[in-house]
Design a protein around this ligand. Structure first.
Ligand code: GRF
Length: 190
C-alpha cells in the first residue's frame, strides 16, 4: 500500500479537459498524486494555458526530431522525480525505447470501449457500425498501441439521434470522471 503521493506528469497536445480533471483530483486531500509536470508538444493550446495559470511546471517539447524530443522529456521526468505519466490527449506515440527507459507506469485514456476501435476517429466508427454502446477506457501504455491492461472502462448508450459530435461530448464528460478514478485504482494496487 503506497502512502506518499506519487509525483505525476500529464502529457497533452490541446484542449486539456482531462488535465483539468486530474489537476482537480490532485488537489483533493485524499488524492494519491502530486501533479508536478505538464508536457505538451504544442504551445498556446488551452491545456498549456490552464497549466500555467495554475502554476504547474509546464514544458513545451519540440517534436521535429522524435529521439531528441523524447530524451528531453526523459530529462524532465528525472528532474521532477516523476513516477507516473498520464497521457491525456497527447497526439504523439511514445517509442518503445521511451517506454522501456521510463520504468514506471504510463496511463492513457482512449475514447472507445477497448479493445474496440484502437487509433483515431473512434466515435465515427462506433456510429457507422451502429453500435449500441460506446465509452472510454483508461489503460496501461505498452509498446502496442491502445492495447495495454485495462484499468477502468465506462460505457454510454448510443441513441439513434447521436452523431460523432454529440457522442464525443457525452463521452468526454465520462472521461473526466473516469481518469482520476483509474489513477486512484492503479495506485491503490501498487
Ligand atoms: C480525449 O477524448 C481522450 O480520450 C483522447 O484525446 C482527447 C483529449 O481531450 N485521447 P482533452 O484534451 O483532455 O480535453
Amino acid at each position: 500500500m503506497v502512502k506518499e503521493k506519487i509525483p505525476c506528469a500529464v502529457f497533452i497536445s490541446g484542449r486539456g479537459t482531462n488535465l483539468k480533471a486530474i489537476y482537480n483530483y490532485s488537489k483533493n486531500n485524499l488524492s494519491k498524486i502530486d501533479l508536478k509536470l505538464v508536457i505538451s508538444n504544442k504551445s498556446n493550446v488551452p491545456g498549456v494555458k490552464f497549466a500555467r495559470k495554475n502554476k504547474i511546471n509546464t514544458k513545451i517539447i519540440n517534436y521535429k526530431n522524435k529521439i531528441k524530443a523524447e530524451n528531453k522529456i526523459l530529462e524532465y521526468l528525472k528532474k521532477y522525480n516523476i513516477r507516473l505519466i498520464c497521457l491525456a490527449g497527447f497526439m504523439k506515440i511514445l517509442s518503445k525505447t521511451f517506454i522501456k527507459k521510463f520504468k514506471y507506469n504510463i496511463l492513457n485514456i482512449h475514447p472507445s470501449l477497448l479493445p474496440k476501435y484502437k487509433g483515431l476517429n473512434t466515435h465515427e466508427r462506433a456510429i457507422q457500425n451502429k453500435d449500441q454502446f460506446s465509452g472510454c477506457t483508461v489503460h496501461i501504455v505498452t509498446e502496442k498501441l491502445d492495447s495495454g491492461k485495462i484499468i477502468l472502462q465506462k460505457r454510454v448508450k448510443i441513441f439513434k439521434r447521436d452523431n460523432a459530435e454529440s457522442l464525443s461530448r457525452k463521452i468526454l464528460i465520462l472521461e473526466n470522471k473516469l481518469y482520476p478514478k483509474a489513477i486512484n485504482k492503479l495506485i491503490s494496487s501498487l
